[in-house]
Design a protein around this ligand. Structure first.
Ligand SMILES: Nc1ncnc2c1ncn2[C@@H]1O[C@H](COP(=O)(O)OP(=O)(O)OP(=O)(O)O)[C@@H](O)[C@H]1O
Ligand SMILES: [Mg+2]
Length: 368
């Protein structure tokens, strides 16, 4: 069992507070991903868990036991960094064994663990090579191998793939997910990458300025972001936002009016909204319908990306609102075209302008 619990965790660098009292429970065997903009505290939080950064306040528990005062080496964790910093003068085998030799692990046991990790990560053929004779992906596998041989109860990853090219990232993403399935360990993984977060995580934790904005499964965050920040952060390309005011709250829909006077229905709870109140309407690129003849918001197409199987249209509405629209397949729409777009009411999100909080959605279009 390796449940990791953070209770009111605080980190101060001098008089600057980087982490503001974070509460979080990471379950045994869970793949937990920290995301958030640069400087929000992802690495700091991970390093506090690892024991590389002193904890200024609150309590960190692993398997129910307070570990605030424990040294990194006593916590049963292993960390993989973005820059893998292998020892250049050592072979792959020596790099893998080094940490275990340091803690006087018996030779036969080292051989067993190195052999097993090398097999699992498919680096058996390179064991006698030095790091500079390896590709970037192979080096990163050795760095992961160094963590694997320690047989930690929790793996910590800080953007382990961000130095790799796009294709290799996809491969390594699959390998880390596979490693998690085979080992069943608790993993905490920091990334900037939307796709990594959505595809690998059991739980995504969205951080902003040292505070958790929301934690939940990828689809919970995608379907029910609790505020505009999470809505804009999760999902790629990002959600579109349109300034509007509440037009009416009668019936099954809330109706809002945008700056050009168009009305949009949105299937959200009207609770707490008042007519005339300023709001932000959110709609993902997938949920906008282009209807050139019909009614709807009139837009000018600024550019079109044809990817073959799908297309993206970037357009501007009259009042200077920019919208990204996703279409399946190919499109005849061209740059400079005038079009009309309609937002599908059951897929819209509504945020109060005063505090950015989302109104509860009445229909969650996707299955959760
Ligand atoms: N040693 C330090 N001394 C002072 N401030 C620090 C120190 N380390 C980090 N910080 C500050 O703490 C905040 C969080 O930094 P952190 O490195 O955790 O961000 P991050 O979310 O990992 O960002 P990135 O995505 O860029 O890696 C930042 O404002 C940073 O400037
Ligand atoms: Mg970082």
């Amino acid at each position: 069992m390796a449940v990791v619990e953070l209770e009111g965790l605080v980190k101060d660098y001098g008089d600057v507070r980087a982490i503001h009292g974070v509460d979080l429970r990471i379950e045994d065997g869970e793949f937990c991903v920290f995301v958030g903009p640069s400087g929000c505290g992802k690495s700091t939080l991970l390093r506090m868990i690892a024991g590389l950064e002193e904890i200024s306040g609150g309590e960190l528990r692993i398997e129910g036991e307070r570990v605030n005062e424990q040294r990194a080496s006593e916590r049963g964790l292993a960390m993989v960094f973005q820059t893998y910093a292998l020892y250049p003068h050592m072979t792959v085998r020596q790099n893998l064994a080094f940490g275990l030799e340091n803690i006087k692990t018996p030779k036969a046991e080292i051989e067993r663990r190195v052999g097993e990790a090398a097999r699992m990560l498919q680096i058996e053929d390179y064991l006698e090579r030095r790091p500079k004779q390896l590709s970037g992906g192979q080096r990163q596998r050795v760095a992961i191998g160094r963590a694997v041989v320690r047989e930690p109860s929790v793996f910590l990853f800080d953007e382990p793939l961000s130095n790799l090219d796009a294709e290799l990232r996809v491969t390594m993403r699959g390998e880390i997910a596979g490693l998690h399935r085979r080992l069943g360990n608790t993993m905490i993984y920091v990334t900037h990458d939307q796709i990594e977060a959505m595809t690998m995580a059991d739980k995504i934790v969205v951080l902003r300025a040292g505070v958790i904005e929301q934690a939940g499964t990828p689809l919970e965050l995608y379907n029910m972001p609790r505020n505009e920040f999470v809505a804009g952060f999760i999902g790629s390309p990002r959600m579109n936002f349109v300034d509007a005011v509440i037009d009416s709250t009668a019936g099954d829909f809330v109706t809002v009016r945008d700056a050009s006077g168009n009305r949009h229905k949105t299937a959200v709870d009207a609770h707490g909204l008042s007519e005339g109140e300023e709001v932000r309407l959110g709609i993902r690129p997938d949920h906008i319908v282009v209807d050139s003849e019909g009614s709807g918001l009139s837009v000018t197409v600024g550019s079109v990306e044809q990817l073959g199987g799908e297309s993206y249209i970037y357009c501007e509405a009259a009042e200077g609102t920019f919208l990204t629209v996703h279409l399946d397949g190919q499109t005849k729409i061209r740059r400079g075209d005038e079009a009309r777009v309609v937002f599908r009411p059951e897929f819209t999100h509504l945020f109060r302008k005063s505090d950015g909080l989302a109104q509860r959605r009445l229909v969650v279009g996707e299955a959760v």
